[in-house]
Design a binder for this molecule. Structure first.
Ligand SMILES: Nc1ncnc2c1ncn2[C@@H]1O[C@H](COP(=O)(O)OP(=O)(O)O)[C@@H](O)[C@H]1O
Ligand SMILES: [Mg+2]
Length: 429
């Protein structure tokens, strides 16, 4: 009896949702209703997944913002619960860009637990359509809906559904998490399959690194297409990337916070794109620094490959020196060794997300800004070639780092600069 009640509480609840009219998008009636409730699988957090009803090759639906019955009850009984990714810590800040194209630290926005506000649902749908229209690998837009009766801080909650060209719910983080013994068996099987497909021959860790590099090459291309479609702000977490073996491309799946480049002041566009590149590198790095995967990172410099692979694909028109990230990777290697030592000391008491977060907190600002400086630098040379958007001068970026974090940070960020410009400066001063 209790078990049934739990299942009932976990079931997604879409009773009474109404379709939203997208801007000129055809919204097929009732694709959510077409799914029997038992075919839903909770993918992660607020996202549900279901194999696509109907034929025509492998496909699945990704549906975001569907509240489970249990969560819905909480909304009805108490003030709407807030999603807190790091319980027990002060609200996180991340690196943002002002209208003038300068760096600034901005607080993370507040989201309803398991929910999505209507504006975000609409944005995800619109951005997916836009990415598709521009020829980039995005999910196909299916529809967006609104709860007539549930709101979060004055905004109605919504649902968005997208179609993916794959039959499975797995995302690219299965590869970065593969050494984790707690990886669920289906995810492990999928990752092993990718390693077999993409890793070539040799020791298993080397094959895994090769598979990651291959996928991140495709991710670099996808991110470039995303910017080419006039979008910016992509959270390049491996969790937000789906690798499609069929077409050998990456599908970018988390589009609800992406925005329109054309609405930015011209001087902020290049920096915002560079910030996305930086975010993709950092998110890949953080995903490799997780417990218990971190020991692998600390002991293997092979992990440099996926970063260079991604940069090479994103800046396909610019000859990127593979060593450009070396100072950053050296620093990251130190961090990984420190985390590994610290995890060894804490042993069974170490808890993955919470403790990694605590352990690298002091490094975050430096990693953000130091890496942003490298990518802005790269973007400057590439933007000149492609004439996409102007990028502020190195002096302007340095000024904004000083304003954001203070003088001492600039000096430390400078140690992250590419070897070339380090040599350059070393001779000049
Ligand atoms: N509002 C939220 N409520 C619950 N979990 C969330 C929320 N926002 C993000 N998450 C968590 O963060 C991760 C990112 O998922 P999310 O950004 O919701 O969408 P997507 O499925 O498009 O990547 C998920 O693993 C999820 O657990
Ligand atoms: Mg996500």
């Amino acid at each position: 009896m209790i078990r049934n009640a739990e299942v009932e509480a976990e079931r997604p609840s879409i009773d009474g949702v109404v379709a939203l009219d997208g801007p000129g998008l055809p919204l097929p009636a009732g694709p959510l209703d077409a799914l029997g409730p038992t075919s839903w699988v909770r993918q992660s957090g607020r996202t549900w997944w279901a194999p696509h009803p109907g034929g025509g090759g492998p496909r699945s639906l990704k549906v975001k913002g569907v509240l489970s019955r249990g969560t819905r009850l909480r909304y009805e009984r108490e003030a709407p619960p807030v999603y807190d990714p790091h319980p027990g810590f002060p609200p996180a800040e991340h690196l943002g860009v002002t209208a003038d194209g300068e760096f600034t630290m901005v607080p993370r926005s507040i989201a309803p637990l398991d929910g999505l506000v209507e504006a975000a649902a609409r944005r995800e749908l619109r951005n997916a359509a836009r990415l598709r229209d521009a020829g980039g690998a995005g999910p196909a837009p299916v529809g967006a809906w609104r709860y007539p009766d549930i709101a979060f801080r004055g905004e109605r909650l919504g649902i968005v559904a997208l179609e993916l060209p794959v039959a499975h719910p797995h995302r690219a983080d299965v590869l970065t998490r593969l050494p984790d013994p707690d990886l669920p068996p289906p995810a492990r099987r999928h990752a092993d399959g990718l390693v077999d497909l993409l890793g070539g021959r040799g020791p298993v860790e080397l094959r895994r690194q090769r598979a990651i590099s291959h996928v991140w090459t495709r991710f670099g291309t996808a991110l470039s297409a995303f910017h080419g479609a006039g979008l910016y702000r992509y959270s390049g977490d491996p969790e937000n990337v789906v690798y499609d073996e069929g077409s050998d491309t990456c599908v970018l799946v988390d589009l609800d916070s992406s925005l329109d480049l054309a609405r930015l002041e011209p001087q902020a566009r290049g920096v915002q794109m560079a910030r996305d590149v930086m975010s993709a590198i950092l998110n890949l790095a953080f995903s490799m620094l997780r417990i218990p995967v971190v020991a692998q990172f600390a002991s293997s410099r092979q992990s440099a490959d996926p970063f260079a692979a991604m940069l090479g694909a994103y800046y396909a028109d610019t000859a990127v020196d593979a060593r450009v990230l070396d100072p950053f990777l050296d620093y990251l290697g130190d961090v990984a060794r420190r985390v590994t030592r610290w995890v060894d000391e804490r042993g069974a008491h170490a808890s993955p997300d919470h403790d990694i977060h605590r352990c690298i907190r002091g490094d975050l600002d430096l990693l953000y800004l130091g890496l942003a400086r490298i990518t802005v630098d790269l973007h400057r040379s590439s933007a000149a070639a492609r004439a996409i958007a102007p990028v502020p001068s190195e002096q302007a970026i340095d000024r904004s780092i000083v304003e954001t974090m203070g003088r001492r940070y600039l000096d430390r960020c400078r140690t992250f600069t590419s070897w070339d410009s380090l040599d350059h400066r070393g001779q000049g001063s």
